[in-house]
Design a protein. Structure first.
Length: 240
């Protein structure tokens, strides 16, 4: 499945091609999606191409061919698979109960020795990237690591911007799904609706600072409406 921005862009391209016979320009796409730069459009186009919805034709300017449409845009329905997820809003396992209902009463998370969580993709500990969600791999997580009552999922860390917080490239981070954060929390943050990053959260009036834990990386300070908290770090798994 597609993220909201990917779906919006595909819908816009399809509508314009139906109307004009040619796809819109990158400037028109940027304005239609209210993005600040064309680099975001390039990322979305690449994502749509990788997922098999469009094809860029070589040696022709503005040449985009729509191969298929999702069912929500009038395309043919496809059989669902366990690997499908909607952008960076993953289909997750409830971390507070096992797959099968307990025979009597609800179990507390501390009573569960291990729970399989899907690794829903990669998260940037560096320059924000578009999350690639697949859920094809699971990781066994101790029940005691799961924080509170809510949905949990796992992500693979890409980059070194959080190394002084003990988070290294290749680590698996366990995330509790939430839209709330306090100053100092390490969060999964979505920037401008399509890029994701793992950073320390700090509010500065109407601005949000996404702080790295590596002096080689600058803190990004963004308007609060450009940052959406999607989860909070509650655990980390490392293989040697």
């Amino acid at each position: 499945m597609l993220t909201k921005k990917q779906l919006q862009l595909l819908d816009f391209i399809n509508t314009r091609m139906q109307r004009d016979g040619v796809p819109p320009s990158f400037d028109e796409m940027k304005e239609a999606l209210d993005l600040r730069s064309k680099s975001g459009i390039h990322r979305l186009i690449t994502a749509l191409e990788e997922r098999g919805f469009i094809r860029r034709l070589a040696h022709r300017a503005r040449a985009i061919e729509i191969i298929k449409l999702p069912e929500s845009l009038g395309g043919a329905p496809s059989a669902p698979t366990s690997a499908q997820a909607s952008g960076f809003r993953p289909r997750v396992i409830d971390g507070d109960r096992p797959d099968a209902p307990p025979p009597a009463g609800a179990l507390d998370v501390e009573a569960i020795s291990a729970i399989n969580l899907p690794i829903m993709g990669k998260i940037a500990a560096g320059v924000p990237i578009e999350a690639v969600a697949d859920g094809a791999t699971n990781v066994a997580v101790p029940g005691s690591m799961l924080s509170g009552r809510g949905n949990h999922y796992a992500l693979e860390v890409k980059g070194e911007s959080m190394i002084e917080a003990g988070i290294n490239h290749g680590d698996i981070v366990v995330i509790r799904e939430t839209s709330q954060a306090k100053d100092g929390d390490i969060v999964v943050a979505m920037v401008e609706g399509y890029e994701t990053t793992l950073k320390r959260y700090k509010r500065q009036g109407d601005m949000i600072a996404l702080e790295a834990a590596n002096p080689a990386f600058e803190t990004r300070v963004l308007p609060s409406d450009m940052v959406e908290v999607q989860g909070k770090l509650v655990g980390l798994i490392r293989s040697y």
